[in-house]
Design a protein around this ligand. Structure first.
Ligand code: CIR
Length: 256
């Protein structure tokens, strides 16, 4: 398993955020937290690579949004935020070492954070960032998968802000967000509503990288058979980011 990441630019201090962060983003701390995140992925068995930051792209650390990878194909996205569209070329070049590339043209928009894959099903959030044409292109490229569109409440940036795949057919889902029936027949591991932020976690085999400070989520994951690795996240959170958004996992063509 490869985990593609991207370094934090100094311009991360000006990353997109629904609410201007107070205190502001501390770029040095963000870089230290990113290093710890990469180390956690490596401790989970991933081969971690990091491409250079781009100062012209303040949000470039959030690589997840720039590509959707499944079955040996990477669909390079057209991110919903215009300021993020310059992020894709270096990511595409890095992914081309592992998988075939497919592309998305205007007017389609899609952020990878809106895509959650479980086996041969891809759930796609309809959000302010991901439009119908983007989901249609996703379904066209991954024609051997079933694509299920999921409407998101307006305050939810991306589908995976409230849920994430556990890699074994189960989904980690925050209570009080989306109806579990949307994901049937996939089983749910619940995150308590008070810890909803921790529903965004990175699963690698029997290991899960989870946001620190969320003990009940860790307990739920450990009870579900996972070893958890907690990482600090204060600076990415100030930019409306979390854990999955900082990597693209590239499995082999038969990966689940
Ligand atoms: C943005 O607004 O696009 C970034 N500041 C945060 C992106 C987070 N991405 C994700 O959760 N997949």
């Amino acid at each position: 398993m490869h985990a593609l990441t991207r370094h934090v630019p100094a311009s991360f201090a000006h990353a997109l955020s629904a609410t201007p962060p107070d205190p502001p983003i501390d770029v040095a701390l963000a870089r230290a937290q990113h290093a710890a995140y990469r180390a956690a992925l490596a401790a989970c068995g991933a081969a971690v690579t990091a491409i250079d930051a781009d100062e012209a792209c303040p949000d470039c650390v959030f690589v997840e949004d720039t590509a959707v990878v499944a079955g040996g194909i990477a669909l390079v996205t057209r991110p919903g935020a215009p300021s993020r569209r310059g992020e894709t070329p270096p990511v595409a070049r890095a992914l081309a070492r592992h998988v075939d590339l497919a592309w998305m043209d205007a007017p389609a928009t899609l952020d990878g954070g809106d895509c959650l894959r479980v086996g041969r099903t891809i759930y796609a959030g309809r959000s302010a960032r991901t439009n119908a044409a983007g989901i249609a292109r996703l379904a066209e490229v991954f024609a051997d998968h079933t694509v299920v569109a999921v409407d998101l409440p307006p305050h939810v940036l991306h589908l995976k802000c409230v849920c994430s795949p556990l890699g074994d057919g189960r989904i980690l889902l925050a209570e009080g967000t989306l109806a579990p029936e949307l994901f049937a027949p996939h089983a749910i591991v619940w995150v308590p509503a008070a810890e909803a932020y921790a529903a965004n976690a990175v699963a690698l085999g029997r290991h899960v990288v989870v946001a620190d400070g969320h003990p009940r989520t860790r307990e739920a994951l450990e009870a579900a058979g996972f070893t958890t690795h907690a990482v600090a996240h204060s600076e990415v959170r100030k930019a409306d980011g979390s854990l999955t958004c900082q990597s693209i996992l590239v499995t082999d063509v038969t990966g689940t």
